[in-house]
Design a protein around this ligand. Structure first.
Ligand code: SF4
Length: 226
């Protein structure tokens, strides 16, 4: 397990590295360019040996795709990772996707094949959708546990009928040309939407200065009592 600077989980385990989604602001792609984990970022690779760390006993909240997008994983990779998750209910697992359309098809296939008895969606595996623009918010069709609105690139109205239990909000970091600096009113409005649904709000450190006294980090659905 890798310690992480991500402030909403205990650690990361990345059984898959690489992602074909092509986001301009992709930090992971930059890291891969520097450390050369895989030859081509657009062609993800599977590292099944990393699943061994799920077998550690101390309960952790583990982000399982900080260096990929679970929606773009191959079916057989997803099946192997779910096997390891089922075998290790002591942890909370968190996965984030920009391709919920692809992910739900793959999960449906697994469930309909009836090979995963005991796998409890919404049990110890939490799915989130990554949203950065209004167009992405408008295209959400799936009900998930949380939205990660990072980096927020414009004011966003979230889908009202399928509002999740939590939203995570963050500003773009780094020095990319064209970097978007959010306005406080964009964040205030997201907080208002979440409050109207009784959902948790977790702001990343990148928003601390902008939000001042309104900075907020509520408890997330996967937070482990210690
Ligand atoms: S979805 Fe994530 S990992 Fe994939 S290209 Fe976009 S920012 Fe990078």
């Amino acid at each position: 397990m890798n310690k992480t600077k991500i402030d909403w989980c205990d650690c990361t385990v990345n059984p898959v590295v690489g992602c074909p989604n092509g986001c301009e602001y992709c930090y992971a792609r930059k890291l891969n360019k520097r450390f050369k984990w895989i030859p081509d970022w657009d062609k993800p690779q599977f590292f099944p040996e990393r699943l061994k760390s799920f077998y550690e006993h101390t309960p952790k909240s583990i982000f399982i795709d900080s260096m990929s997008d679970i929606g773009t994983w191959r079916q057989e990779w997803l099946e192997q990772v779910l096997d390891a998750i089922i075998a290790n209910p002591q942890h909370k697992y968190i996965a984030l996707t920009k391709r919920p359309d692809l992910l739900s098809k793959k999960l449906m296939k697994i469930l309909s094949e009836n090979r995963r008895k005991g796998f409890v969606y919404n049990g110890n595996l939490f799915f989130g959708i990554s949203i950065t623009t209004q167009a992405q918010a408008d295209s959400v069709r799936d009900k998930v546990d949380f939205y990660s609105i990072e980096p927020i690139l414009e004011p966003i109205v979230l889908p009202w009928d399928s509002f999740p239990k939590a939203i995570i909000i963050g500003a773009e970091t780094g020095n990319r040309k064209g970097k978007v600096i959010p306005q406080k009113t964009w964040i205030d409005d997201l907080v208002r939407q979440a409050d109207e649904h009784g959902s948790a709000v977790f702001m990343k450190e990148s928003l601390r200065q902008l939000m001042g006294d309104d900075f907020r980090q509520d408890k997330l659905p996967w937070d482990i009592e210690r």
